[in-house]
Design a protein around this ligand. Structure first.
Ligand code: UD1
Length: 376
């Protein structure tokens, strides 16, 4: 490659960004005559490193900004400053960001300040409630305003972007998370957790981490899990805990004295392979995660969404997920229906995944290549 070889910087900081960008990076790196730099802000450490390894990816730069209990201001300022220097040095033709994290917002802003075009993967998600999810709804709206290439996963996301009056080109590509998921599911992964006998229980796979669920909503959610376990003795709870101490400490404290604790499996975050194994093996999912709402339907598992709003309305419309909030009784009632009514369960489990067919990265990379050709 020569000095004039075109280059693209792919920036990421958290685990979902790494998973959803992995298929795009793999495809970009397969193109001769293109230099693809992977830049980590380091917003997350352990949780990203595992994903990089699984997809055989190495990074070219790493800002290593993570600190315990970091604030949004720290993440944004440190990423913005670090990325400014890197973009100045590498002079890429395009910067790729994904989703709605503080890393994605800072990377888009750093690119915009140097007038480098931005490609936004998973563009156009909206709840239309600025504070739900917080700060992600604001991050994605801000990114959309300064992006040239909007890679929207679904028709609804495309519509949201038109409604927002954004400039730049809008493409419907599907969601790259399905590409990543299918790649891993192909290897038939298993989830092995010490002393959890998958054949003995109907396993409820749960995750919680959202800022708007910190405090009382988290307590209500945990109480909801407790009620399910109390009412259904053939169920077990597998809850991989996010590394954020603000979430994991109350979870551990809640179950420490619980009467059902022998059926509660609190673990470290699962690596992605184990997570895919857990989705395949579980009975149903209870989560406030966005990615799991997209992934679970591909493996035929119903999702109960522990939030008041969702930017994944497609899942609700398709019938693969239900938005149930954080009230403990409501959580019990919805889980109860799926645990006792086989027809209700089948309806959710067999609905078609609206988020794509595993070819999103191919479409995105084709668009990027055409842009680079036109501008070489
Ligand atoms: C971030 C994203 C959120 C995304 C989530 C996925 C923002 C504002 N939020 O939220 O959109 O859904 O990641 O996980 O960008 N920590 C570790 N090791 C790790 C990762 C985190 O110790 O590998 C701890 C650190 O103490 C850190 C804390 O977790 O301070 C919180 O991380 P942070 O990135 O601030 O927020 P998340 O809640 O993870």
């Amino acid at each position: 490659m020569t000095l004039s070889t075109p280059s693209v910087c792919v920036t990421l900081g958290t685990r979902p960004e790494a998973i959803k960008l992995a298929p795009v990076i793999q495809k970009l790196r397969g193109i001769a005559n293109l230099k693809t730099y992977v830049i980590l802000t380091g917003q997350h450490r352990e949780m990203v490193d595992g994903v990089m390894e699984l997809f055989n990816l190495n990074s070219d730069r790493d800002l290593a900004i993570m600190k315990p209990k970091q604030t949004l201001t720290e993440i944004t300022c440190n990423s913005l400053q670090g990325l400014e220097e890197i973009f100045r040095e590498l002079q890429p033709q395009l910067v790729i960001v994904q989703g709605d994290t503080s890393t994605a917002f800072s990377a888009a802003l750093a690119a915009f300040y140097q007038k480098i075009p931005i490609g936004h993967v998973e563009a156009g998600l909206r709840t239309d409630d600025l504070f739900n999810p917080y700060p992600e709804e604001a991050n994605r709206r801000l990114i959309s305003q300064i992006t040239q290439f909007h890679f929207a996963p679904t028709d609804l996301a495309v519509e949201n972007l038109y409604k927002a009056g954004v400039t730049g080109k809008i493409y419907q590509t599907g969601n790259t998370v399905i590409d990543a998921l299918l790649q891993v599911a192909d290897t038939n992964p298993q989830c092995n957790i010490a002393s959890l006998d998958w054949s003995k229980y109907r396993v409820l796979l749960a995750t919680v981490h959202r800022r708007e669920n910190w405090g009382q909503p988290l307590q209500d959610i945990l109480q909801g899990f407790h009620l399910i376990l109390e009412n259904f003795s053939d169920t077990a709870l597998l809850l991989p805990m996010h590394r954020n101490p603000t979430v994991r400490e109350p979870i551990k404290a809640f179950f420490a004295e619980s009467q059902v604790k022998e059926r509660v499996f609190l673990t470290e975050p699962l690596d992605y392979k184990q997570l895919v194994g857990a989705i395949s093996g579980c009975y149903l999912l209870l989560t406030d995660s966005g990615g799991l709402q997209e992934e679970a339907p591909s493996l035929g598992k119903p999702v109960l969404v522990l939030r008041e709003t969702t930017e994944r309305q497609e899942a609700i419309a398709a019938g693969t997920a239900k938005l149930i909030g954080t009230n403990s009784r409501t959580i019990l009632n919805h889980a109860q229906e799926l645990l006792t009514n086989p027809e209700a369960y089948q309806r959710m489990a067999t609905a078609i995944n609206p988020f794509g067919d595993g070819l999103a990265a191919v479409k995105i990379v084709e668009i990027i290549q055409n842009f680079l050709k036109e501008n070489s």
